[in-house]
Each structure stands twice: as C-alpha cells, then as structure tokens.
Design a protein. Structure first.
Length: 193
C-alpha cells in the first residue's frame, strides 16, 4: 500500500535532480530557461524594466530625470536576482535532502518562531522533539515531512525577500541617482536582455 508520504517522497526525489539555475531549489519545478517560475518572473521583470529604461533614455531623458519609481524598481529587481542566486549558492552544495529527525526539529522550531510571539510559552515547544520524530516516522516519511516543512519555510522566505530587497527606502532613493550595475552594463553594450 502506497501512503501519501510515499508519494510525496517520490515526487521530492524526482524534483531534487532538476533544480533552478538561480535559486537551486529542489522543491520548485523548472518553468523556462532553466529557472523556476519565481526566478523566471524576476528575469522577465528585469527585461521589462530594461526595455522601459531604454525606450525613455532613447527619447533623450537622462537617468536622473526618469521616474523615481522606475529607478527604484530597477535596483530592487537587481537585488532580488542577487538574493536568488545567493540562495542558490548556499543550498547548491547540499543537493541531497537531510532526512534526520534533527532537520525536522529545526524546521518546526523555525516555523514556530515565525508564527508565535516572543511571550508565547509554546514558542519553543519543538525543542528536543527529534527523538520522538525519529521513532514515529520512517525514513521515507521523514523525507516527505521535511519536503512539506521546507516548502512552507521556502515560501515564507520568498515572501520576505521582496521586503528585504526594498528595505532601507532612503538608501534606495540615494542609490537610484545612478543606474544599477546590471542595467548600466546592458545600456553601455546595447545588448538585449
């Protein structure tokens, strides 16, 4: 009899060999150009911003005269790509998932710390649960459980990534006085993104 845990573990093992070129996440299917949907959307946004900047600068508008929102969005898109690639470098050497009960304990602890307030007495309730998890779940079930928890943590971190990329509004306004490096290189070369 095949349990839902077995199905999830099989789908996880099928996905782990086919990872995104930028974020190297084994949990997201490749969408286009070797990228997952999230990373491809970042690339498409950069392409759209490049075309818009090139169109406006071709009409004789200088960088500093461009709309502030457009300039900041160019910087944010570049930072989002940097963060996705940095995430990929961090997990690229760990392509095989860890199936220990300790990994489950760490993921549950991270989730509880994100969801519960500092004063909540159940915030640390998952500490020292590795022994229990190890005795209750088989290795295949642990892989499926880790896959599900990792997906939840990954989605939470991706949600926060845009906030981190746009953090420090005054710094972004200051940086927006000059084009981001990725855009400046393409504008100088006249290359197509």
């Amino acid at each position: 009899m095949i349990t839902p845990f077995d199905k999830a573990a099989r789908s996880f093992s099928a996905l782990k060999d086919n990872a995104c070129d930028w974020c190297a996440s084994p949990f997201h299917k490749i969408y286009r150009s070797g990228l997952c949907r999230h990373c491809y959307d970042i690339k498409a946004e950069k392409r759209r911003l490049y075309r818009e900047v090139k169109r406006r600068m071709g009409a004789g508008i200088r960088w500093k005269s461009l709309d502030l929102t457009l300039r900041i969005n160019c910087h944010v898109a570049g930072k989002m790509e940097e963060m996705a690639k940095a995430e990929g470098q961090l997990i690229q050497h760990k392509r095989r998932p860890e199936i220990s009960a300790m990994a489950i304990e760490e993921l549950l602890g991270y989730i509880s710390h994100q969801l519960l307030s500092r004063k909540d007495p159940f915030r640390n309730c998952y500490y020292n649960c590795a022994t229990t998890v190890g005795s209750l779940f088989s290795p295949v079930q642990r892989v499926a459980f880790i896959h599900l928890l990792s997906e939840a943590v990954s989605q939470h971190k991706r949600h926060l990534r845009r906030k981190r990329a746009a953090a420090g509004g005054s710094k972004l306004v200051e940086e927006s006085q000059r084009p981001p490096e990725w855009l400046d290189d393409f504008l100088r070369r006249g290359a197509v993104l």
